[in-house]
Design a protein around this ligand. Structure first.
Ligand code: NDP
Ligand code: MG
Length: 395
């Protein structure tokens, strides 16, 4: 029986993970579940899954949850980053699903890496901000790192891997990273000025949390994923080609030196990559309908439009600078939150990122403290810019 810690249990990735776990009660058990402050959702999940520990990032949310769960004494409710660090590192847990959104997910994921756990990585921001540190922790801690992000999961599926899940890249010529293009594919930049958070979050193929949905609409997500692929597969950005594939059926490809290109295909449903990672190197039922390739009928591919979606071009530059992607990711988080709050326009997101990259002395952060300091410095610059040209759209 695998004991799984589900970080971000109340989110899109967390729920998909718990759905797969529930289908295989003899193989997996969610013994630790963590979220931030969604008490109602966490209470319901605790009643269904009966974890041993429920951890809330917000202490007030933890006390409300503890009160609500007095009739379920087997669930220990707590709060605090140290507690979560210790729980994911505990011998009782063997698998950690990193499904917290944003930089907040870095600390517990790093703790799991240092403790040598099997890590199912969805939280790309952690890897992007602290890539060197995180990969080093995976190596020295003896962790097994399996990518949940659908594109990187597809790459993992198309590569030969060793017993620890580490891919062998020796005959790989190119990684082809696919992008859906998001809900605004084909639109001009000028036409994007007035789009609303609801429109930005209405992804044509995937159902995801709001932050990654906006990232997908700006193509910032593809920038984050470019950096993610570089770290996971030890590539330079030039060895990765980004291709827009609007149907989201081919989840990425690997081109080998002999002219072969391998692709992984599937429904746009995160339960497939999650089940792949949970069961690896075996396979289990994910509850996903089989792909009907005749019904799908067409697979289209095109180049990304960097003029309409400058976030991707910014990421392609930032990735070449020391600490650049930590700053990119932090500024993007601030900008997306401001956009979702109605404080800035969709087309301001790339301006905030560009201004922040310009306003910071870039340097490679060598420790967790340095990563946290660089992340905070970037947030401060991004916040200041937004406060400076506050452009709340008309209601
Ligand atoms: P959601 O917004 O749906 O969920 C985020 C989860 O993180 C929630 O459980 C939330 O808890 C929790 N959380 C947020 N802040 C904290 C905190 N400080 N401490 C503890 N928990 C916290 O996001 P997604 O599931 O969509 O995305 C999660 C991650 O996976 C992101 O990094 C995303 O980029 C990545 N990913 C997601 C995909 C998807 O299909 N959704 C695909 C590929 C990658 P609460 O509910 O209490 O706020
Ligand atoms: Mg992805």
């Amino acid at each position: 029986m695998r004991q799984v810690a589900v970080l971000g249990a109340t989110g899109s990735i967390g729920r998909s993970t718990l759905d797969v776990i529930q289908r295989h009660p003899n193989r997996y058990r969610a013994t630790v579940m963590a979220a931030h402050r969604s008490v109602d959702d966490m209470e319901a999940l605790c009643r269904t899954h009966r974890p041993l520990h429920a951890v809330m990032g917000d202490p007030q949310a933890a006390s409300v949850l503890a009160e609500r769960l007095t009739d379920v004494p087997s669930v220990a409710v707590s709060s605090g980053a140290e507690i979560l660090d210790d729980l994911v590192a505990d011998a009782a847990v063997d698998t950690v699903v990193a499904g917290i959104v944003g930089f907040a997910g870095l600390r517990p994921t790093l703790s799991a890496a240092r403790a040598g756990k099997i890590i199912l990585l969805a939280n790309k921001e952690a890897l992007v901000s602290a890539g060197r540190l995180f990969m080093e922790a995976v190596r020295t801690g003896g962790a097994t790192l399996l990518p949940v992000d659908s594109e990187h999961n597809a790459m993992h599926q198309c590569l030969p891997v060793d017993l620890e899940g580490r891919p062998n890249m020796s005959d790989v010529e190119k990684i082809i990273l696919t992008a859906s293009g998001g809900p605004f594919r084909g639109r001009s930049r000028a036409s994007l000025d007035a789009v609303t958070p609801e429109e930005a979050c209405a992804h044509p193929n995937w159902s995801m949390g709001r932050k990654i949905s906006v990232d997908s609409a700006t193509l910032a997500n593809k920038g984050l994923e470019l950096a993610e692929a570089c770290w996971l597969f030890d590539r330079s950005p030039e060895q990765i080609e980004i291709v827009v594939h609007p149907q989201s059926i081919v989840h990425s490809m690997i081109r080998y030196r002999d002219g072969s290109t391998l692709a992984q295909l599937g429904q746009p449903d995160m339960r497939t990559p999650i089940a792949y990672c949970l069961a690896w190197p075996e396979r289990v039922d994910a509850g996903v309908a089989p792909l009907d390739i005749v019904a799908a009928a067409r697979l289209d591919f095109e180049a990304p439009d960097l003029e309409a979606f400058p976030c991707l071009a910014l990421a392609q530059w930032a990735i070449t600078q020391p600490g650049g992607m930590c700053v990119f990711s932090a500024a993007n988080e601030v900008a997306v939150a401001a956009f979702l709050a109605g404080d800035i326009r969709f087309t301001d997101i790339d301006k905030v990122i560009a201004g922040t990259l310009q306003g910071i002395d870039l340097a490679e952060p060598e420790s967790l403290d340095a990563v946290q300091a660089l992340d905070q410095a970037a947030r401060d610059v991004a916040d200041k810019q937004i406060a400076g040209w506050f452009t709340r759209p008309e209601a």
